[in-house]
Design a protein around this ligand. Structure first.
Ligand SMILES: Nc1ncnc2c1ncn2[C@@H]1O[C@H](COP(=O)(O)OP(=O)(O)OP(=O)(O)O)[C@@H](O)[C@H]1O
Length: 303
């Protein structure tokens, strides 16, 4: 491999008229990892990915794949596979024929068609007309097309959009499998929670600029620790009693008091000792989505 990084974006800027869609953005993606490319609508994710596959030319900066601009790759289909939009698919064609045509156009051996159909689990649907496919099937077909050239780098724009929980779980396993084979996977989304179990690290962007690039474990740390939530008929009284006993009361909403830490037993005991009935008591994991909103706070608006 000609570069240590699968993807290297370096002070990339792209302007449309007076709008800076991408504004000095830098990040990297390594082989063997799934990297989430996350930011609110209009943050510049699609524009960055389009620059990476040579659809648009950067104003300044670099958007390199496998160490060079896409246009300079000697074997582009064998290097990078991308699903940037649903793409044109002839509705009357079967999935298999669609892939066969793409393979022929790309000079890719026909056996790859069968391999990718198996790989994405298209199964018998491969012989049905694409026009009758569900969104999930279309996503699988688009993924199959991107994998035809057996690329080491994969870029997917919002692949979880419109998938049901089962589809998202399948996608997660599938992408993790590709990374385990040593491939680099860049996957965009407008939410962090959706990708939480899918990615090793997150590149968070807003307004065309990098907010943070960090391993997911680090983002979890930023999200804060666990909390205990207790719902009672007298939340104000319980909150005061908890505070008196040194518990860190973080807030109260409706009948629920939120307390820092994970000692549900100690929190429950305070209620019990003061004859306050407990309707609900649970320990909550830190919310990645909250960390994400904090990171991109005030940067949510669509431009
Ligand atoms: N070809 C274009 N001409 C003009 N403006 C564009 C063009 N492509 C993108 N933009 C604008 O650039 C900004 C960034 O768009 P981009 O699609 O890259 O963001 P995104 O992060 O992918 O957002 P989304 O999650 O909505 O897809 C937006 O304001 C968009 O309207």
């Amino acid at each position: 491999m000609s570069s240590a990084y699968a993807i290297e974006v370096d002070t990339l800027t792209k302007t449309f008229g007076r709008l800076k869609a991408v504004d000095g953005l830098s990040f990297t993606a390594e082989y063997g990892r799934v990297v989430g490319f996350i930011g609110p609508n209009g943050a510049g994710k699609t524009t960055t990915m389009r620059a990476l596959v040579g659809h648009i030319r950067p104003d300044t900066g670099r958007a390199h794949v496998a160490g060079r601009p896409y246009r300079e790759l000697t074997d582009p289909l064998g290097t990078v596979g991308a699903v940037l939009e649903a793409g044109a698919m002839h509705p009357g064609r079967s999935g298999r024929n669609h892939l066969r045509i793409l393979a022929r156009q790309g000079g890719i051996p026909a056996r790859r068609v069968e391999a990718v159909i198996d790989g994405v689990g298209l199964g018998r649907a491969a012989d049905r007309r694409v026009g009758g496919y569900s969104l999930g099937m279309r996503q699988r077909l688009a993924l199959a097309a991107a994998l035809l050239g057996d690329p080491a780098i994969l870029m997917l724009d919002e692949p979880a959009n419109g998938l049901d929980p089962e589809g998202i779980r399948w996608l997660r396993e599938f992408l993790r499998g590709l990374a385990a084979e040593g491939r680099s996977v860049l996957v965009s989304s407008h939410g962090l929670a959706e990708l939480a179990l899918m990615v090793d690290e997150a590149v968070v962007v807003a307004h065309g600029r990098l907010v943070v690039q960090q391993p997911l474990a680090e983002l979890r740390r930023l999200a804060g620790g666990r909390t205990v939530r207790i719902s009672v008929p007298e939340p104000d009284r319980l909150a005061a009693l908890l505070a008196e006993r040194g518990h860190r009361v973080l807030g109260r909403a409706g009948d629920t008091v939120t307390v820092g830490g994970d000692d549900a037993r100690a929190v429950g005991r305070v209620a019990f000792d003061h004859d306050i009935g407990v309707d609900r008591l649970l320990v909550e994991e830190p919310s990645l989505e909250e960390a994400y909103f904090r990171l991109t706070a005030g940067k949510e608006s669509i431009r």
